[in-house]
Design a protein around this ligand. Structure first.
Ligand SMILES: Cc1ncc(COP(=O)(O)O)c(C=O)c1O
Length: 320
């Protein structure tokens, strides 16, 4: 998409992204700098772990053509206030492009409520294959230049296909969506009344994402309570349960006396899978001053995790 959108930009045009983002949503825009486009990054507050909206607003001007921001940080879990950012972007006439890759498996997404112009995601993050997904306002997608094999249709959505569609990937994406809908049917009926405006599979999907969000929130609240009792651990991210609507169940931390990779290896030997480093969100580890020391340890919950998993994780950390 950066190549497509880049075709519409002139030297001197600006794109604003953030230090909180995965660099898939930073480097792809920075690649346009060779055409004279300027890319700016909004800070996050290292005390609250939230995006600094005043700083973001200060970077916007009539030169800003696009604001590219993550729905949730894949490093520290913060969920960004997309509707507010949409208002700021639209106020200067810029489009808002949202990277929903990290957030997607954790809760419902309503693009109308977010007010974004485009939203992208990777299907593998919600248990499907490696397929990219783009939602966009019809008028916006229609206004973008064609980027494809010349003989292919020039209409949305085919105009963005660079070759024969990835049919097996699309079949896998459909299967992942059907799987989530089945989760909604089985575990989400308590949300049926409040979601009665949606029909059929869409309702089941909404039910699933509401049920998953609630389930993960409860499990994560317990995980965070236990994690905070371990003196060696420093958590980087929102820790107040009253603020948990602003974060995903993804926690980043360091352990005193161990490098992040050492922690990941020790846990990995016990079949507990965490990740270490910057997770391609190097703006986060750089702004927190952790990049040189190996970044962070990151653990995340999904809807298949259990209290037993959480307890095993905590016991392993306490044994360090
Ligand atoms: C927030 C976020 N954006 C983008 C990506 C990159 O996705 P892909 O490799 O499918 O482009 C990731 C992957 O972890 C991510 O977490």
């Amino acid at each position: 998409m950066s190549r497509i959108i880049g075709k519409t930009l002139q030297p001197g045009d600006e794109i604003v992204t953030t230090w909180l983002d995965h660099y898939a949503n930073v480097s792809s825009w920075q690649a346009l700098e060779e055409n004279g486009v300027l890319v700016k990054q909004a800070r996050f507050d290292p005390e609250t772990f939230k995006l600094d909206l005043d700083h973001l607003a200060s970077l916007l001007s009539s030169k800003t053509k696009l604001v590219a921001v993550g729905l949730a940080s894949n490093a520290i879990g913060t969920i960004n206030p997309i509707a507010k950012i949409a208002a700021l972007a639209h106020n200067v006439g810029a489009l808002l492009y949202v990277d929903a890759v990290h957030y997607a498996p954790h809760g419902p997404i309503d693009v109308q409520a977010l007010g974004c112009d485009m939203l992208v995601c990777s299907v593998y993050k919600f248990f499907g294959p490696h397929v990219g997904l783009l939602w966009g306002k019809k008028a916006v997608l229609e206004s973008l230049p064609v980027y494809q094999v010349s003989a292919a249709p020039k209409t949305v959505p085919q105009k963005f296909e660079t070759g024969m569609p990835n049919y097996e990937g699309l079949a896998g994406a459909t299967a992942a969506i059907n799987y989530l809908a089945s989760v909604g049917q089985e575990f989400g009926s308590r949300f049926a009344d409040e979601l009665s405006q949606y029909q059929d599979r869409r309702r089941h999907l909404k039910q699933a994402m509401h049920a998953i969000s609630l389930f993960e929130r409860n499990l994560f609240t317990n995980l965070m309570e236990q994690l905070q009792t371990i003196p060696k651990i420093t958590i980087f991210g929102i820790t107040d349960p009253k603020e948990f609507e602003h974060r995903c169940p993804t926690v980043a931390f360091t352990v005193n006396g161990y490098t992040p990779i050492e922690v990941a290896k020790i846990l990995g030997e016990q079949n507990i899978f965490v990740w270490d480093g910057n997770f391609y969100a190097q703006g986060v580890t750089e702004q927190l001053g952790l990049e040189a020391a190996g970044g962070l340890v990151r653990a995340g919950l999904a809807h298949y995790n259990t209290q037993e998993d959480v307890n095993r994780f905590i016991t392993a950390l306490k044994a360090l």
